[in-house]
Design a protein around this ligand. Structure first.
Ligand code: IMP
Length: 458
């Protein structure tokens, strides 16, 4: 069977920890979208691993697959694999031949486009990893796929076609000189060919490439447990998120089929777990109706760090929760839980279960608020509007819950749900009722033994 893990909010919901928790029973863990923009932290035997591309299950000896829906930067992939090997692990990672390759010019163009947009305050706040430009080339039928790295003639042909276009984009559209860029080799066919053909040889030598759909379907038919690990989250999905402040792929459950080659029936016949952080964070721009305080440069219209109660509370939660980007180190914007957002996420992906994380971070607060509905033009809304401008205009209507005390979370996790402070239980049950979906797990700390498990999806 399959279990699909989907971020229900804006990314950084603690998916890695849940993949780790439920992935114990998995034989294979596959990613279906995104690339090295995804930061996940896994704690294994007291050691902390920060990964951006390698599926987190690979740390625990599962077969890790990067599906065809992923965009793969081989520099990052081999760096991560080498680092893991240096630390004594032996990750088994397979890469879809149909996955697209992030080339150095994609990263350069990501940076240039953000810079240009920033002149009108329209930047997305991307991770700068070249994700958008790579998916653009995929849709534009000028991308380079992992399978192309295995064949010198094909790789050279592809690069000879596309690189002059990229060079012209930089010079003729953006008016920059390639020679002045930090990485002029990013636009040099020969340099790219040499480096990426070498990556192709390594893929071959290490027997790493697969036809993901065949590989995963066969695993599933043999009775293996396949976990599909979404990166990012629903509200930065290119279709169902807050366009244009989105990533360029589909983190929602539909993406799990398209991005692996497993059939929708197979994916839909399994479990789909929505990962919810007990509050909300956002990296980069875009609306956030339940935001507390703000982050200068990311929160629209927030020009100067304020000193009010909300700012103080945001700072407290940010520090307690370690809410800084795994990939970029940027401070995350912080807000209360947003139910219209979660109702939308639940409908889009059809969650069969939830994991609610970080309830320990909220411990010690007198009260905890939730954006229960929005008001837009005098009307009550239970879910989010489809345009960013309307969403920006939404005002959250809050419900207030009594807070809960800090505790020995590992002991509480071991004892089980009944040991969770009553007010925290009321919070969990409110979320379950509103989304009509049971919470399979409640995360009360960063370690694996700090999760209350009520039901295992495998
Ligand atoms: P990109 O994926 O680098 O193109 O960035 C597009 C948007 O998605 C930006 O707002 C990023 O901050 C956001 N984003 C990308 N990856 C993550 C992630 O793993 N967690 C949270 N936000 C992300």
């Amino acid at each position: 069977m399959t279990v699909t893990i989907v971020g229900a909010q804006l990314g950084d919901e603690g998916k890695g920890g849940i993949v780790d928790l439920f992935g114990d029973a998995a034989d294979v863990v596959a990613r279906y979208q995104g690339g090295d923009n995804a930061g996940h932290t896994v704690v294994h035997q007291g050691e902390e691993y920060k990964l951006s591309l390698v599926p987190s299950g690979a740390i625990r000896g599962k077969v890790g697959v990067l599906g065809n829906g992923c965009v793969v930067n081989p520099r990052t992939l081999f760096d991560e694999l080498d680092t893991l090997r240096d630390r004594g692990l032996d990750p088994d990672v397979r890469v879809a031949e149909r996955a697209h390759v992030i080339l150095p010019y994609h990263r350069v163009l990501d940076g240039i486009e953000e810079e240009v947009k920033s002149e009108t305050d329209d930047e997305v706040g991307t991770t700068g990893r070249g994700i958008g430009p790579t998916y653009e080339d995929k849709a534009g039928r000028r991308g380079v796929r992992v399978g192309d790295l295995l064949d010198s003639d094909v790789l050279r042909d592809r690069l000879e076609y596309v690189v002059p276009q990229k060079r012209a984009l930089v010079e003729d559209v953006y008016g920059l000189d390639v020679a002045d860029l930090d990485d002029p080799d990013a636009f040099d066919v020969d340099a790219l060919f040499e480096e990426f053909r070498e990556f192709g040889r390594r893929f071959e030598d290490d027997d790493m490439t697969v036809v993901a759909g065949e590989f995963l379907t066969a695993a599933s038919e043999e009775g293996q447990n396949v976990m599909l690990e979404g990166a990012q989250g629903t509200l930065i999905d290119i279709d169902h998120g807050n366009y244009p402040y989105v990533t360029s792929s589909n983190p929602t459950a539909g993406g799990a089929a398209v991005g692996t080659g497993l059939s929708p029936g197979l994916v839909g016949g399994g479990e789909i777990i929505g990962i919810v952080k007990g509050y909300l964070t956002r990296v980069g721009s875009g609306p956030l109706p339940t935001e507390l305080g703000g982050v200068v440069g990311d929160t629209p219209g927030y020009e100067e760090q304020g000193e009010g109660d909300d700012e103080e509370l945001a700072t407290y939660i940010r520090e307690e929760g370690g809410e800084y980007g795994t990939v970029t180190g940027r401070p995350r914007r912080v807000g209360w839980l947003d139910m219209p957002m979660l109702r939308h996420a639940t409908r889009v992906s059809g969650f069969t279960g939830l994991a609610i994380n970080h309830l320990d971070v909220l411990a010690g607060l007198d009260e905890v608020k939730v954006g229960h509905t929005y008001t837009l033009d005098g009307e009550e809304m239970h879910t989010i509007p489809s345009t960013t401008e309307q969403w920006q205009a939404c005002e959250a209507t809050f419900r207030t819950f009594d807070g809960w005390d800090d505790g020995d979370w590992a002991a509480i996790a071991e004892e089980g749900y009944e040991a969770l402070p009553e007010n925290a239980q009321a919070y969990v049950e409110y979320i379950e009722d509103e989304l009509d979906t049971p919470a399979y797990a409640i995360g009360v700390g960063p370690n694996r033994d700090e999760a209350i498990v009520r039901q295992r999806p495998f």
